[in-house]
Design a protein around this ligand. Sequence first.
Ligand code: FAD
Length: 467
Amino acid sequence: MTQTAESPSATLRSRMRGDVVDATDLAYDEARKVWNAGIDGRPLVIARCLDEADVQAAVGFAVEQGLEIAVRGGAHAMSGTSVVDDGIVIDLGGMNQVHVDPDTRRALVAGGALLGDVDAATQAHGLAVPAGLVSHTGVGGLTLGGGMGWLSRLGGLTIDNLVSARVVTADGQARVASPAENPDLFWAIRGGGGNFGVVTEFEFALLEVGPMIHFALLFWSVDQGAAMMRHARDVIDGLPDDVNVMVAGLNAPPAPFVPEEHQLAPGYATLVVGTGSAEHHAEVCAALTDGVPPLFEFATPMPYVELQKMLDEANAWGLYAYDKGCYVKELSDDVIDAVTEHFPRKTSPLSLVLFYRLDGAYSRVAEDATAFGGGRSPRFGMFMIGVCPVAEMLPGEREWVRSMTDSLLPLSADDGLYVNGNSEFDARSSVELAYGPEKYARLAQIKATYDPHNVFHRNANIPPAVR
Ligand code: FAD
């Protein structure tokens, strides 16, 4: 009599509460998709975890079977690290619960929640966690790399508001990471990415924000770019923390508030978000346009939760994307020249350049308080993002991103890189350079403690130090 060996999926299925999906399931093709349509991974199994015990079972199974692990939060990593050929995807999408305690101003956020889940639950109490700009981004990957957005000046990075976390490490144990318990792990997960285990729950301290904020989009032509940025840098420098100004190179949206003749035209913009008074927000907008009249401007109060969803559609799933980034300490003439030379060469109307302002609360955190890849002096986090509606355009936009990066890196702050803003790492922008030699060495030691065999390596990888 022949015995049929149980399939890996069947074995794992018997150990988990959540579903296990493989290539024989109708759900497989949807389940293996990630945000970036340019990534086409075909895992052996997808473990759709529902709780921490499922995550422990999936990690244990992967180690036992020698399967490569991809951890999937919101699946937004442009690099595609949240899916893997022939390995196991530990999919946290079913773990998206958020519990808010308005009295202690704390939120418990499950490891697979999206930013929109957190915003909805916290804004019900007029509270918020500083995070990113697009509500379908995952809290997991965004937080573990740092997390920057509209509230970075007011409240710092997402990690600066992390109080504790629960982490399933490579040995299958669930550990608390906090200042009191496993403080080395707590330091490492605040910037060190997915290297140290699967975070099943984040605990955040919350800020009072909204529910209404003030938003403005001011838009200039490509020809006005250099003048607008030279002027904007003086206005941005020294603003109080309750206003954030993002500078961008992008195409005007085809929105009703954009005059028809400018819809989809490439140009430069400032996006101005105020969490304080309407008057102050209006003063900042007036200062930004003083002497450099924009093609059009649009200002409105809006709920904070709407601000957080405003860019969702423009960044929908199914686009082909590639990004690189660096920090620049200021919008120097050289930086402006490099940007205005390269920006008009993009071929996709969706590609863009973003300057996230990082100062205020961001800069009040000590350099070595977290593992974050980047110094804490005032600066701009620069993202150069090629985004294409069809696959055929991606190679050209990838080259556009790379050539702009080549011209910006020599002008950049020489103190790290944002791991969440780089689709790939190479000799000139390596993971070691992202953290700098001291943090990198410390991270490698902590990695050797919690993941000595580099089980979690589909990330901006920090191999364990040899002991
Ligand atoms: P995933 O692809 O699911 O995960 C990426 C990696 O993170 C995984 O490979 C894994 O290593 C790790 N990971 C995820 N969850 C966990 C977990 N719970 N435990 C352990 N490891 C985990 N970044 C910003 O800072 N600000 C922004 O405004 C911003 N906007 C963005 C908008 C878009 C449309 C996109 C595509 C990206 C944006 N990013 C932004 C970058 C974003 O921070 C990263 O892509 C991040 O990795 C997304 O997290 P995720 O959980 O969605 O990704």
